[in-house]
Ligand binder design. Structure first.
Ligand SMILES: [Zn+2]
Length: 489
């Protein structure tokens, strides 16, 4: 389970294990101990403050204006790129401008650079039809001039193994469709399909394949290929791998079903030595317990196409603006709220791992970590993730109190509280025992543009982004201000 989750983590998307939908109130309190005194207390104690924060954060498009700066003046920002350095400088500057205590903490990141990429269906007469592809993150180049080979179309791991004899010398196409968004469950199926992208190249190479095409992980397509993370297994030849549009995947599947079909694939990319990067950290220091930290985070890097607007520029500006809203309102909680904008989530998770390592001594004082990395859509809930072996009483108290905070957010939206994966960057903290929370948003259209050239500012609704920012601000403030820690009996 954990393994499958980690694969999806690097791929940067929500993999919620959701229960069937229920009315908001029932969801917010389901499974919680009846009569727990803390729930009404939290609601009473913080109702007025929550309303103040919500009206301040909601009637202001400040988060959207920050996102416009990030996306329109800097744009895509893959690890190792000068754009990522600029984005880190920009975020630190804007956070300082807002009066926060800001620092950057160095992390080394991988430096992979995309080059020329092309693919074509080769007809029997030698003519070619262009296929729309994008190299998977970290792909090696094809041999000089590219490879031309038969296509073997597979729809599952079992299918791949069953066709092992055909795969030798072929280009394997993983034609595994992402199911349509499940509105009732708020579920994407991304976690089930993305492993074909992350593991597919090495599993095909083990059987002698010379290249891999991956059907883009999306249920809806206007001929746009989706990139994403991929990891080569040790001891297996590295072969070039690219995502192909769903339209072209279906074309190849039809042609391959009708008869032998050849594809030419040419990829040029470079894996350069690691380079320095940094996590950006900004704080609103606690008034009574400044050493106790409530972490709220997102990732500042993006893939190298589009603008990284939803993924995860939106998460970054939510965190930045949530902190600024609290400071502007003069709301200084008991504990410190720390914004962390992690570097290199997409193709390395070095920011998240580096933070957990550098702050290992602080883990015990980290009360909770929240991440937003599912797009800048309207907030719909919180996904709570507690470490394996967490104390059941404390875990239940955490859920109960988060349920109470969700109840205070009802003016924004009915908020569910469910058990789910929280966030990739905070996953090392969760493994170390810190309660993790993921902001759940209405991701119905997220995978249409995820990791593509279409992840641009125009896809972000300023009101939805403001509502998500308000939810983060209220959540962070209350968790940081509670008289006892959120899991304290
Ligand atoms: Zn992301």
């Amino acid at each position: 389970m954990r393994c499958a989750w980690l694969l999806a983590l690097a791929a940067c998307g929500p993999t919620y294990v959701r229960s069937a939908p229920k009315p908001a109130w029932v969801e917010a309190t389901a499974g919680f101990t009846p009569g727990t005194p803390t729930t009404p207390t939290i609601v009473q104690r913080y109702r007025a403050t929550a309303s103040r924060i919500i009206s301040a954060a909601r009637h202001d498009h400040a988060a959207y204006r920050l996102l416009a700066e990030l996306t329109d003046t800097i744009g895509a920002r893959l690890a190792g790129s000068p754009q990522l350095d600029k984005a880190i400088d920009w975020a630190a500057r804007r956070l300082r401008d807002a009066g926060h205590d800001v620092r950057t903490e160095p992390v080394m990141v991988p430096h992979w650079v995309r080059g020329r990429e092309e693919a074509a269906l080769v007809e029997a007469d030698g003519s070619e039809r262009e296929l729309h592809i994008i190299g998977l993150g970290g792909t090696v180049s094809t041999p000089f001039g590219g490879v031309t080979a038969r296509v073997v179309v597979v729809t599952s791991w079992d299918d791949l193994e069953a066709r092992a004899a055909d795969v030798k010398g072929a280009i394997v196409l993983y034609n595994v469709p992402l199911p349509p968004w499940d509105t009732a469950r708020g579920f994407s199926g991304y976690g089930e399909v993305a492993p074909y992208r992350s593991q597919g190249p090495s599993r095909a190479a083990k059987l002698g394949a010379v290249g891999v095409l991956m059907r883009s992980v999306t249920a809806t397509s206007l001929s746009t290929p989706h990139t994403g993370a991929m990891r080569y297994a040790d001891g297996v030849p590295k072969i070039a791998a690219a995502a192909i549009t769903t339209e072209d995947a279906e074309l190849l599947a039809r042609r391959a079903a009708a008869g032998p079909t050849e594809v030419r694939l040419r990829i040029e990319s470079q894996q350069l030595p690691d380079v320095p990067s940094a996590n950006v950290i900004a704080e609103l220091r606690g008034r009574e317990l400044p050493d106790e930290v409530v972490l709220i985070g997102a990732h500042i890097d993006s893939w190298d196409v589009g603008q990284g607007a939803h993924d995860d520029g939106a998460g970054c500006v939510m965190m930045m603006q949530a902190l600024t809203t609290l400071r502007t309102l003069g709301l200084q909680p008991r504990r410190t709220i720390r914004v962390v904008l992690f570097t290199n989530e997409e193709n390395g998770l070095r920011g998240g791992r580096g933070y957990a390592k550098d702050h290992a001594a602080e883990i015990a004082n980290t009360v909770l970590a929240l991440e937003a990395d599912s797009g800048g859509f309207a907030p719909v809930g919180f996904g709570v993730e507690l470490a394996d072996g967490a104390d059941p009483t404390r875990s239940q108290l955490t859920r109960t109190r988060i349920g109470a905070i969700a109840d205070l957010l009802r003016p924004l939206a009915p908020m569910r509280v469910i058990e789910s994966h929280s966030g990739a960057d905070i996953s090392p903290l969760v493994e170390a025992g810190v309660p993790g929370v993921g902001l759940i948003v209405d991701s119905a259209t997220y995978f249409d543009i995820h990791h593509t050239s279409a992840d641009t500012l125009d896809k972000v609704d300023p009101d939805d982004l403001a509502a998500a920012t308000a939810a983060v601000a209220v959540f962070a403030y209350i968790v940081a201000d509670l008289p006892g820690r959120i899991d304290a009996p």
